[in-house]
Design a protein around this ligand. Structure first.
Ligand SMILES: Nc1ncnc2c1ncn2[C@@H]1O[C@H](COP(=O)(O)OP(=O)(O)OP(=O)(O)O)[C@@H](O)[C@H]1O
Ligand SMILES: [Mg+2]
Length: 223
């Protein structure tokens, strides 16, 4: 389902080259629940961004759902992302002037659904993450944990095949973290492939498979 071969990512910052990934090989099959652990700066977000088609590797091969990503046009890549991948960002990326349900509905807008269907699907997704009473709130009127749950609802609203989550429980208390991870585990049982980057050992305890990144390389994996 996901195949990475010899993936390198080097950021160029002025004169400085920052090697974020230095030769990552990884296969992820359908039904996996993979957790990526690693210290700050080890390349976790970079890896998720590449798999989520938000960025391109400097070198290496990436196959997603049987397609060679390098060979796709920008448009094909956006379509693939819009239909199949739900992304929960480390810094939510909610749109400040949109209400909670409108934020959740953004991916549906790109999928061409009408307003009534967008509203119904967005409300269902918000209800699933326990936010049925916050549908018309703006991000600034929500707590950090609630914003995070809106971001998770936005990732789920397209019924993705793959969900990528970057520190999804970073701003949640332990009770909300548990219910979030139970929601992820349920999705995984329903057939969604999950890749979660985290520092949190509690989150890591939900992994079917655990991988540790350090300085841009995989240093340990439990499989
Ligand atoms: N846009 C960028 N431009 C330049 N360097 C970057 C950029 N994004 C990340 N980096 C660098 O790449 C390395 C890996 O960063 P990345 O964000 O992937 O780490 P991370 O494991 O997600 O860290 P954290 O746990 O703090 O979120 C770091 O050294 C970081 O400074
Ligand atoms: Mg990160």
């Amino acid at each position: 389902m996901i195949e990475l071969q010899g993936i390198y990512k080097t950021y160029i910052k002025g004169q400085l080259k920052v090697p974020a990934l230095r030769g990552v090989d990884l296969n992820v099959t359908k039904q996996e629940f993979l957790i990526i652990q690693g210290p700050s700066g080890s390349g976790k977000s970079t890896l998720l961004n590449l798999i989520g088609l938000l960025d391109e590797p400097t070198r290496g091969e990436l196959h997603l759902f049987g397609e060679s990503v390098q060979e796709l046009s920008d448009r094909e890549r956006s379509r693939l992302r819009g239909r199949s991948i739900g992304f929960v960002f480390q810094s939510y990326n909610l749109i400040a002037h949109l209400k909670a349900w409108e934020n959740v509905a953004v991916p549906l807008y790109y999928a061409g659904l009408n307003r009534k269907d967008r509203y119904q699907r967005a409300v269902a997704a918000l209800t699933r993450v326990g936010l049925s009473k916050r549908i018309r709130h703006l991000p600034a009127e929500l707590s950090g944990g609630e914003e995070q749950r809106v971001a998770i609802a936005r990732a789920l609203v397209i019924n993705p095949k793959l969900v990528l989550a970057d520190e999804p429980t970073g701003n949640l208390d332990s009770k909300s973290s548990r219910s979030m991870m139970e929601e992820f585990a349920r999705l995984n049982r329903e057939g969604v492939t999950l890749i979660v980057a985290t520092h949190d050992p509690f989150v890591a305890s939900f992994a079917k498979r655990l991988l540790v990144l350090q300085d841009g390389v995989i240093v340990a994996a439990n499989q």
